[in-house]
Write a protein that binds this ligand. Structure first.
Ligand SMILES: *[C@@H]1O[C@H](CO)[C@@H](O)[C@H](O)[C@H]1NC(C)=O
Ligand SMILES: *[C@@H]1O[C@H](CO)[C@@H](O)[C@H](O)[C@H]1NC(C)=O
Ligand SMILES: *[C@@H]1O[C@H](CO)[C@@H](O)[C@H](O)[C@H]1NC(C)=O
Ligand SMILES: *[C@@H]1O[C@H](CO)[C@@H](O)[C@H](O)[C@H]1NC(C)=O
Length: 501
C-alpha cells in the first residue's frame, strides 16, 4: 500500500503512466536558497489547477514571470503544459517560498537544477510542499519521467515506513514509486534514473551528540545549530542552507534588530547596523517594490497599517482610525453594476474613498426581478458610513431610496465630492425621493467640481438652510448653472426646527 496522493478528483486516473518518480513532501521546516549578492525576486501564482484555457498564453505568461528569477515569492505552479515547451527559463530559480505544483503536464523533465529549497510557507491542499501529479499524455507516450531537482537537499533517509512515521513528525521526506534508482545511489533515493540524480542526504551517519546534522561521523563534526539541510564544517558559515536567516553568509536566528539595548545608557537605541528580513535573507534595504514593516520587507502593509513615505523609505504605519481604502463605484456603462444593489453592496465595506460614481437606482433599491436581484436591505446602506470622499463623473446620484429612510445620513461622514472637469457633470443628484425629509449630509464641506441637482423631492426640507455657495466654492461658472434645487418641500411647510443639511 502506497501513501495517498493529494486529494483530487484527478486521482481517479490510474497510476500506471504517472511519472516514474513521484515525490511527495509533507509539511517541511526547510530552509534556504543559495543566495548570491544580487537576487531577483518574482511573484508566484495561486491558480491551483485552473488555467486560462489557452496553453500558449499561459506558457508566455509564465516565461515573463519567471525569466531570470532567483526566488519565487509564493508558489511555482506548472500545469497543463505539453511536451514541446522549452522550460530553460526556470533554470535560475533557487528558492520557492510556497509550494511547487506540477500537474497534468506532458513534458519529460524540468530544469530546476538550482532549486535549493521549497519553504512550504503555503502548502498545496494544506499539505504538500511539492505536489506532482498526473503528468502524462492521455493518448501518447509523453509524460514526466524525472524531477530534475538535483540540488534540493533532502534531510531524511527515506523508506516507505519512514513516510508513515514522518507524516506525524512533520519533516521532509521523499517517496518513490515504480522505477529503481541508479545503483550508484545505493539505498539513497533519487530524482531520476542517472547516477548524478541521487538525493543529497545528510543525516545518515551523525554521532549521537549532533542533535541535527553533521559533516562527519565524529562528535566534533556536527553542523552548527542554525544550519538546515547539512553543512561542510562546524561554523554558522558552513551551512548548505539556513534554518532561519542568512546574514551576509552566516546563518542566524534573527536579523540585526532595528533597536538595540545600550548597556551604558540603559536605553533601547536605534541600531546603525540594523537589517531587514527579506524572505530568508537579512538586507540593509528592502528591494524597491517592498515596504518596510517593523524589521521585515513585505509586499503589502497589513490591513491595520498604511503605506507612508518616511525619509524616502516606504514604511507601514498604523492607521489612526480606519485605514484609507479606495473602492470602485458603480458605472453607467456596465449593466452588471450600474447601481448599488444587494449583489455588490458588500464590496463597499470599509471604503473611505469611492473612485467613480455611486448610483442608487430603483433596480438596486427595490430589486430587479428580471436579473434576479433581490431588494436591498436598508440596514446595509449603513456600510457607506465610512465614505469620506467621492470622485468620479456622475458622483453621488440618488434616484431611488428605501421608503423607510428619511435622510441620506448613511453618508454623514462624506466630506468631499470632487471630480474631473467634465462639461455638464453632476456632483450631487437627488431626484424625486418622497421619503426624504432632510439630506443629513452632515460632514459635506466641498463640492469641487460638477453641479448640484436636487429636484422633485416633495417632502424634503432644510435644503434652503444649506450654504451652497460655500459648498460649491469659487467657480468661474454661473451659479444658476451649478445649482438647481427646486420643486422640493416649500419652506413654509417645513417644521420649525432648523437644521443644516
Ligand atoms: C556516472 O556516469 C558517467 C557516464 O555514464 C560516468 O562517466 C561517471 O563516472 C559516473 N559517475 C559516478 C559517480 O558513478
Ligand atoms: C548566504 O548569502 C550569501 C550571499 O550574501 C551566499 O553567498 C551564501 O551562499 C548564502 N548562504 C546560505 C547558507 O544560503
Ligand atoms: C473592516 O475593518 C474592520 C476594522 O478595521 C475589520 O475588522 C474588518 O475585517 C474589515 N472588513 C473588511 C471586509 O474589510
Ligand atoms: C455662505 O458662505 C459664503 C462663503 O463662505 C459667505 O461669504 C456667505 O456669507 C455665506 N452665506 C450665509 C447666508 O451664511
Amino acid at each position: 500500500d502506497s501513501p495517498k496522493p493529494p486529494q483530487s478528483d484527478l486521482h481517479s486516473h490510474t497510476n500506471s503512466h504517472i511519472s516514474k518518480y513521484v515525490s511527495l513532501i509533507d509539511r517541511t521546516s526547510l530552509c534556504c536558497a543559495n543566495v548570491n549578492g544580487k537576487l531577483t525576486v518574482c511573484d508566484g501564482t495561486k491558480n491551483f489547477l485552473s488555467t486560462t484555457g489557452n496553453s500558449e498564453i499561459q506558457y508566455n505568461l509564465m516565461k515573463t514571470r519567471y525569466n531570470n528569477c532567483d526566488i519565487v515569492m509564493g508558489n511555482l505552479e506548472i500545469t497543463m503544459m505539453d511536451h514541446t515547451r522549452d522550460f530553460s527559463f526556470l533554470e535560475s530559480i533557487k528558492e520557492v517560498t510556497g509550494y511547487i505544483l506540477f500537474a497534468i503536464n506532458e513534458f519529460s523533465r524540468l530544469p530546476l537544477h538550482h532549486l535549493r529549497i521549497i519553504r512550504g510557507s503555503t502548502l498545496y491542499e494544506d499539505q504538500y510542499a511539492l505536489a506532482v501529479m498526473v503528468n502524462y499524455q492521455r493518448d501518447g507516450e509523453h509524460g514526466l519521467q524525472e524531477l530534475g531537482l538535483t540540488h534540493l537537499t533532502g534531510t531524511q533517509r527515506v523508506t516507505h515506513l519512514m513516510y508513515r512515521v514522518c507524516l506525524t513528525c512533520g519533516s521532509l521526506f521523499f517517496f518513490f514509486i515504480s522505477e529503481p534508482c541508479h545503483k550508484a545511489c545505493g539505498d539513497v533515493p533519487c530524482w531520476g534514473p542517472g547516477n548524478d540524480t541521487c538525493q543529497i542526504l545528510t543525516k545518515t551517519v551523525c554521532a549521537p551528540q549532533c542533535s541535527g546534522r553533521c559533516f562527519g561521523r565524529n562528535p566534533s563534526e556536527c553542523c552548527h545549530v542554525e544550519c538546515a539541510g547539512g553543512c561542510t564544517g562546524p561554523k554558522d558559515t558552513d551551512c548548505f542552507a539556513c534554518r532561519n536567516f542568512n546574514n551576509s553568509g552566516s546563518c542566524v536566528p534573527q536579523c540585526p534588530q532595528t533597536v538595540i539595548y545600550n548597556r551604558l545608557t540603559y536605553r533601547m537605541e536605534p541600531n546603525p547596523n540594523a537589517k531587514y528580513q527579506y524572505g530568508s535573507i537579512c538586507v540593509t534595504q528592502c528591494p524597491k517594490i517592498f515596504v518596510v514593516d517593523g524589521s521585515s520587507c513585505v509586499s503589502n502593509c497589513p490591513s491595520n497599517k498604511m503605506e507612508v513615505e518616511k525619509n524616502g523609505v516606504k514604511t507601514c504605519e498604523p492607521c489612526k482610525g480606519l485605514c484609507p481604502k479606495v473602492c470602485h463605484g458603480t458605472s453607467w456603462t456596465d449593466s452588471n453594476s450600474e447601481t448599488v444593489d444587494a449583489r455588490n453592496i458588500e464590496s463597499f465595506i470599509n471604503c473611505t474613498k469611492i473612485q467613480g460614481s455611486l448610483n442608487f437606482l430603483v433596480t438596486g433599491i427595490e430589486g430587479d426581478d428580471y436579473n434576479k436581484v433581490p431588494p436591498l436591505d436598508p440596514e446595509k446602506l449603513k456600510i457607506f458610513n465610512t465614505v469620506e470622499e467621492i470622485t468620479g463623473v456622475y458622483f453621488l446620484n440618488i434616484q431611488s431610496w428605501p421608503a423607510s429612510m428619511s435622510d441620506l445620513s448613511v453618508f454623514s461622514n462624506l466630506q468631499t465630492i470632487q471630480g474631473r472637469k467634465l462639461y455638464k457633470s453632476y456632483a450631487l443628484m437627488v431626484v424625486k425621493i418622497n421619503s426624504l425629509t432632510s439630506l443629513g449630509l452632515r460632514s459635506l464641506q466641498n463640492i469641487n467640481d460638477g453641479a448640484v441637482y436636487i429636484k422633485g423631492n416633495k417632502n424634503l426640507c432644510y435644503h434652503d438652510t444649506v450654504n451652497w455657495t460655500r459648498l460649491l466654492g469659487s467657480r468661474p461658472q454661473k451659479r444658476s448653472k451649478l445649482l438647481d434645487v427646486t420643486d422640493n418641500q416649500k419652506k413654509g411647510e417645513c417644521g420649525e426646527w432648523g437644521r443644516t443639511i
